[in-house]
Design a binder for this molecule. Structure first.
Ligand code: NIG
Length: 395
């Protein structure tokens, strides 16, 4: 099936082609085949079987949400309310979600993840990473990985999210790098660790990540969320694709990121929910680091999948330009998942790239209600997403 999408008021390719006014694009078999001026469309796309008139709306690549925790049951609204009354965020809340997740049952977890994916898509997200990390025993982590793999584009093993209450840390890590890793391996592409005071220290974190590397997994790190720490340097040292949170970073951390291929992933909704200082997106960009923006959907620190909200926050409060914020939430996320365009619209593994609208890339489109993407920041909180297309199909 080939399709012409036309009457696009503003087409943000998020590539060297920039932003086109009065644009059109063509799609065949889920992949973009041509991008250009709407007036050239009849000549360029004579053979398209279908035409979709987008009515003078803005189009950008679908959001690439490179950090979510979708596989969970339960609600921690009371913990959130206590934070509003002055208590600080502690990693221990994870254990509350662990209990609810372990007892949910696969069918219920599957339904919850399906709904979360649908909500993300309704807000313009077309690529989802998600992770385990609320099972915290082998059976439940494997169940979580299996369900995640049914829905998400990329799955991360986060058995090292927290030492479960009552367990010995070293014995638990023996399980994480042994039977748990064996069990989840068929379903995951990435390994992650919560390298933070109250979770795992540097040597424990390194042990987990090296076990994943030995199994051929890519590395991601939760780091520098609650205070200064070794997460960023560890991530860079191990060639991680991303280090996520980065609220508390030193000049040396920023320099290390700028001289690496490790993406610094900002999670603005989480920063607001936990009342942490917003991650220094402006400083990171100015230093030359690559950044991503992700939702961090989870019940403890960021119970939202709204990338539109995250992008608005990055512009309004983290002092990114609109172009920078859109790039971070599209190609930035794609880089954090190693799904970005490395030439001809293909990613490093030769798949249609994500997060950019160029020939060869995935036809993942976020159609806005309005004529310009400036509305994302100019009209924060207003409905923004008109339609979402994944591989050229309306979802
Ligand atoms: O990314 N920081 C660690 N993990 C999650 C929060 C988990 C929770 O509190 O349930 C995060 O913020």
């Amino acid at each position: 099936m080939s399709t012409l999408f036309t009457r696009i008021s503003e087409l943000r390719t998020v590539s060297s082609a920039g932003t086109l006014a009065d644009a059109a694009l063509t799609v065949a078999d889920g992949v973009i085949t041509w991008v250009g001026s709407a007036s050239d469309a009849p000549a360029q796309a004579p053979a398209c079987e279908e035409t979709i008139d987008l009515g003078g709306r803005a189009v950008l690549p679908g959001w690439v949400d490179s950090h979510t925790h979708m596989v969970f049951d339960g609600n921690r609204g009371a913990e959130f309310e206590a934070r509003l009354a002055g208590s600080s965020y502690e990693a221990g809340g994870i254990a509350v979600t662990m209990e609810a997740t372990r007892s949910a049952g696969a069918d219920r977890l599957r339904a919850l993840v399906r709904d979360r994916i649908a909500a993300g898509r309704a807000g313009g997200t077309t690529t989802f990473e998600t992770k385990t990390g609320y099972g915290l025993n082998t059976a439940s982590e494997v169940e979580s990985a299996q369900i995640a793999a049914e829905f998400a584009d990329d799955v991360t093993f986060l058995g090292a999210h927290l030492v479960p209450p009552g367990a010995d840390a070293d014995e638990y890590l023996d399980e994480v790098v042994g039977p748990m890793l064996d069990g989840v391996a068929p379903y995951v592409q990435w390994i992650d660790v919560f390298c933070e005071r109250g979770a795992f220290n540097e040597s424990q974190s390194r042990r987990v990540l090296e076990a994943g590397i030995a199994r051929g997994l890519g590395v991601r790190v939760h780091g520098n969320q609650l205070g200064d720490g070794p997460g960023v340097q560890l991530a860079v040292d191990l060639g991680a694709a991303s280090v996520d949170h980065v609220n508390y970073v030193t000049d040396a951390d920023i320099a290390a990121l700028a001289n690496s291929d490790t993406v610094a992933t900002l999670l603005p909704a989480c920063d607001l929910s936990t009342r942490q200082p917003l991650a220094p997106g402006r400083r990171l960009l100015d230093a030359g680091a690559t950044i991503a923006i992700a939702s961090n959907l989870n019940p403890g620190t960021s119970y939202t999948s709204s990338m539109n909200f995250c992008v608005a926050t990055a512009v309004l409060q983290q002092h990114l330009t609109l172009d920078e914020a859109i790039a971070a939430a599209t190609t930035g996320g794609a880089k954090a998942l190693r799904r970005h365009d490395v030439g001809d619209g293909l990613d490093p593994q030769g798949r249609p790239a994500k997060g950019t609208l160029v020939p060869g890339a995935a036809a993942d489109l976020h159609v806005l209600q309005g004529t310009s993407a400036i509305d994302l920041a100019y009209r924060p909180g207003m409905p923004q997403t008109y339609q979402t297309y994944v591989a050229g199909k309306l979802v």
